[in-house]
Write a protein that binds this ligand. Structure first.
Ligand code: HEC
Ligand code: HEC
Ligand code: HEC
Length: 454
């Protein structure tokens, strides 16, 4: 009897242990799922673009981000307790991600796109936190400190900036729209932060919401207007472009867009990219770009071989330089060769600035897989880059947009710096003063009220 009893008890205990283990297993699965979801969201948010420096441990920071105000270095966001965010709570992480405030209460610069990440839901924030705490290896790299000139060195000033410009509301679904539209809106506005690059900024560097996605200069590259209704683009091409960097209309991505595609968009689920395209396609169409009818674009007759130098006197500098440096791949008539892209009617020639052509010539274009283009920064002078840019824009794009050597010099140096800095400084000081006056008045009113006997 006692024996039977103890066997029963043993069995019961066994069953309980097994049950418990199964429960634990489920919990571990749930954790693994959460971490995996966080990993995917980190890809969608392209955290690595800014937090992983070439040749360094993932997410250990130190990427130098040029801003018109000076260089901003990204931070170590691995779970290192000493140099990363290993000691941060989920609340502290969420506050940095969505409100731009660090664990110690100091403000982040909006080079970290928290104004877009503010849309991220609580659930997704939890998944990202799980990933950065448990899916990323701790690394003790200590990245260089960011030292901006006064008054931006005072991080408090970003508090005023946030007060003026940060819309901290997480994404709210529009129930009158489809689930796909909402998914696209959530991703495009939040993690994929299209507006960070494609929306122009005001003199205080805040996005102008009235000009959402209408095209903006990033200092060097120009991120074009991406509202629907652009000649030569439809939803299917947009999907293709976001997934591969190429589209049937001949578009090829370069610069920061290529980087975003290589590291982020091409690694996202096809349904998420389709959702982004659905959302974008549903925005109010933009002004039709003044694209020339393709008939107006000259077809250049190929010159007889070997005549280039001899003809140098007859053809302009731009054409000569183009034939010598570019025609081997893009052909003299701009039609491309052996899978290399045509320049004739290329989408990049329809932007209201020749900066991207000059940037492509200076830096080259390096897709992760596929054929690349070398940069010519070391070989061509500012004037030569401008001459080629103008030749390509006019001859193959029928564009009247031009570029001069002075602008190429600025692009080489990382974009126009001083006027914006000056403007922004004046603006910041003015904003700070205005706020100080408001606070002072408010305090006086409170004091006066406190003095009123009840
Ligand atoms: C466009 C560049 C960029 C992208 C994309 C980006 N970050 Fe950042 N992040 C920065 C910079 C720059 C800083 C430091 C800013 C400063 O010093 O004020 C920063 C700071 C942070 C901080 C604060 C860390 C600290 O120690 O102060 C966290 C947390 C963070 N980023 C998380 C993320 C996550 C998660 C993602 C992806 C969802 C992401 N970032 C994507 C540029 C970026
Ligand atoms: C880091 C900055 C950056 C981000 C983020 C970014 N873009 Fe871009 N995008 C650019 C730049 C720069 C170009 C121009 C590339 C070129 O000329 O090769 C561009 C080009 C494009 C083009 C081609 C437009 C044309 O007329 O040629 C499309 C479409 C586009 N982006 C869509 C998007 C969408 C959608 C998102 C968000 C899911 C996004 N981009 C996020 C910088 C960015
Ligand atoms: C070795 C071959 C090669 C040479 C030489 C070359 N290119 Fe390219 N070019 C390419 C490839 C390949 C791409 C597109 C890469 C891709 O698929 O994303 C490209 C893309 C471009 C683009 C589109 C950039 C964008 O961001 O959309 C422009 C403009 C361009 N080239 C202009 C030039 C000019 C001007 C020259 C001469 C100074 C030149 N290329 C020389 C191969 C070449």
């Amino acid at each position: 009897m006692a024996d039977a009893m103890s066997t029963l008890l043993k069995r019961l205990a066994c069953a309980l242990v097994l049950l418990g283990a199964a429960g634990l297993g489920r919990a571990a699965d749930a954790d693994a799922n959460l971490i995996e979801r966080g990993r995917y969201l980190a890809v969608a948010g392209d955290c690595a673009a800014c937090h992983t420096a070439a040749g360094k441990a993932p997410f250990s920071g130190g990427v130098a981000i040029a801003s018109p105000l000076g260089t901003i270095y990204s931070t170590n966001i691995t779970p290192s307790r000493a140099h990363g965010i290993g000691a941060w709570t989920q609340q502290q992480f969420a506050r940095a991600l969505r409100a731009g405030v660090r664990a110690d209460g100091s403000h982040l610069y909006p080079a970290m796109p928290y104004t877009a990440y503010a849309r991220i839901t609580d659930d997704d924030t939890a998944a990202l936190y799980a990933y950065f705490m448990h899916g990323v290896r701790a690394d003790d790299t200590s990245p260089p400190r960011t030292e901006l000139p006064f008054p931006f060195s005072v991080r408090m000033s970003m508090g005023i900036w946030n007060w003026l410009y940060l819309d901290g509301k997480p994404f709210e679904a529009d129930t009158t729209r489809s689930a796909e539209w909402n998914r696209g809106a959530y991703l495009a506005q939040g993690l994929a932060h299209c507006a960070t690059c494609h929306t122009p900024r005001n003199f205080l560097m805040a996005e102008q919401s009235s000009r959402y996605l209408q095209g903006a200069s990033l200092g060097t590259w120009y991120a074009p207007d991406i509202r629907p209704g652009k000649p030569g683009w439809d939803r299917a091409m947009l999907v293709e472009y976001l997934r591969t960097g190429h589209a049937r209309n001949g578009a090829t991505a370069g610069g920061p867009m290529l980087e975003a595609i290589d590291k982020s968009f091409s690694k996202m689920a096809p349904e998420d990219i389709a959702a982004i395209a659905t959302y974008l396609n549903d925005l109010p169409p933009g002004q039709r770009a003044t694209a020339p009818p393709s008939a107006a674009v000259a077809v250049v007759a190929p010159l007889p071989r070997g005549d280039v130098e001899a003809l140098a006197g007859r053809i302009g500098a731009g054409e000569r330089l183009y034939r010598n440096n570019c025609a081997s791949c893009h052909q003299a008539d701009g039609d491309g060769v052996r899978g290399l892209p045509a320049l004739r009617n290329h989408a990049v020639l329809r932007t209201p600035s020749a900066d991207n052509v000059a940037m492509a010539v200076l830096e080259g274009v390096w897709p992760e897989d596929g054929q690349g283009m070398p940069g010519f920064a070391g070989e061509l002078s500012d004037q030569e880059v401008a001459d080629i840019g103008n030749y390509v824009m006019a001859t193959f794009g029928g564009s009247k947009v031009a570029i001069d050597a002075a602008r190429v010099r600025e692009l080489r140096a990382g974009g126009a710096v001083s006027p914006l800095l000056l403007l922004a400084r004046v603006g910041m000081v003015a904003a700070a003063l205005a706020l100080a006056v408001v606070v002072w008045q408010w305090l006086r009113r409170r004091k006066r009220r406190a003095g009123i006997p009840r």
